[in-house]
Design a protein around this ligand. Sequence first.
Ligand SMILES: O=C(O)C1=C[C@@H](OP(=O)(O)O)[C@@H](O)[C@H](O)C1
Ligand SMILES: C=C(OP(=O)(O)O)C(=O)O
Length: 432
Amino acid sequence: MLTFSQKEESSIKGTISVPGDKSISHRAIMLAALANGESKIKNFLTGEDCLSTLQAFEDMGVSIKRDGQSVSVTGEGLNGLKEAKVPLDLGNSGTTTRLLLGILAGTPNHYCIYGDQSLTKRPMDRVTLPLREMGAKIDGREDGNLLPISVRGGSLKPISYTLPINSAQVKSSVLLAGLFAEGVTKVIEPVPTRDHTERMLKAFQVDVTRAGNEISLKGNQTLIATDIEVPGDISSAAFFLCAAAMKKGSHITVKDVGLNPTRTGVVDVLKRMGANLSVSTNRYIGDEPIGDITVDGGNLKGMTISGDDIPRLIDELPIIALVASQAKGKTVIQDARELRLKETDRIQAVVDTLSKMGVSISGTEDGMIIEGRQGPLNGGTFNSYHDHRIGMMVAIASLLTDESVTLTDEECISISYPSFFEDFGSLTGSHV
Ligand SMILES: O=C(O)C1=C[C@@H](OP(=O)(O)O)[C@@H](O)[C@H](O)C1
Ligand SMILES: C=C(OP(=O)(O)O)C(=O)O
């Protein structure tokens, strides 16, 4: 339990670097484990989700050494994974589960996977259905939709798969299974989703091509070990970018953050809301752009966020909803039904939390409608719903009230941002 007691007039100031990107850290361990030779990963995210990925591959016999944020992985090629002696515990991580299922589908061993209470409720048929179509034997509760799930993979045939939902996890799962299939696997994505898997496969010298919205990959290619530096996570940076944008007098810079255009929806939305924000792309690490984002606090206006914007900021929607509560006019979020299937039902959690803080907000089937109020919020005691992004939203909301805000079950924030409270303290000058 944590209590925040900032003053309403306090602004946030300073320069930070946020921890490594969660999506990229997962993929770095996975691809390095499937490669031949030693890959060194710098700035690996030591959040619990990525540690679940690391542990799962160690359990499958991959030699992994970690020293803080530096990880060395020695892969033995596509067929190098061993049968694990234990069921694989994937904790709270949807990305680990869905991407790993793609890999296990191609591996001729038997595996059992399970996770925490939240992960056990999340739908897996979005990947188990196409993976079964490719030939994997998968079983689990609700006919393979819910964990625990068991897999016996091997002898996959390629498919051409049009994503029924706009999900990078599903795209990546099918592409990773495609590495093991005889022939060319194709994934068609009607709306672009984060493309870290495709970019990183190229870094491991896999020939993966894109023509329009169709991504193709031939099976049985050799992944060549490579070194990877993980950019800062823009989804973590978003909490402080949003905080600064809505607090007048604020001025912050987040350095060395990933600027992959499939992830920068939050930057575009803040700009469209009128935020004073500048981005400089400094360099590429691997195929991923990286740079600094500076934002000054000011007046914001409401807007509609929908369609192709959604996958580019899906994890940022809780904090964007909070920003909307401080903007002038109404903000409408649509086409974000997926939010109901995250670590918790994020539409319900955001609506309940912000309503209790005094915001006029309502949930819809696929989004939220938020009336800007531009006044101080109510304090009180709030729960994270065991969802890291809801917990961080509450912490940032505490900057918008002069009443005290207490957050319970805050430990879950270390799932994606283990040093969140240090950065919060350094930018707000407060000790929590
Ligand atoms: O591929 C990834 O690394 C992720 C994809 C997104 O999920 P969906 O693919 O389910 O939209 C996102 O919400 C998640 O935090 C990470
Ligand atoms: C939805 C998220 O992650 P995952 O799906 O990997 O649990 C998230 O980090 O917000």
